[in-house]
Write a protein that binds this ligand. Sequence first.
Ligand SMILES: [Zn+2]
Length: 119
Amino acid sequence: MARTLDDVPTCEHGRWAFAGADFKRKATKWRCPSAKCAPKSVWLKADRRKPLVPRSTKRFGDLYRGRSAVEREFGRLKHEYGLAPIRVRGLAKVQLHADLTMLARLSQVTGPRLSVHSL
Ligand SMILES: [Zn+2]
């Protein structure tokens, strides 16, 4: 059993396929495409190149869409709502500034969704 450039096991039958993950052990399972090799599968420690949720799956796409939405909002808070250029000193004042900014942003987002019927 050899490894490809992206660290996935291979044999004479081809590139081994992802066959599941154990999140508790942080390990991924890889299986021979023909199941003729012994052992038929191996557990490899998950890392950046062999993530617990493979990039080709729908689950990864859904997770990544959520992440990009969060990052987009962080960017908006920093650049459009003044969280990047802090003009106060001290943790308490910075915390108050960030809390008030996020509270204002939340009221902007949730306010229009409230209708007369939901009150
Ligand atoms: Zn094989």
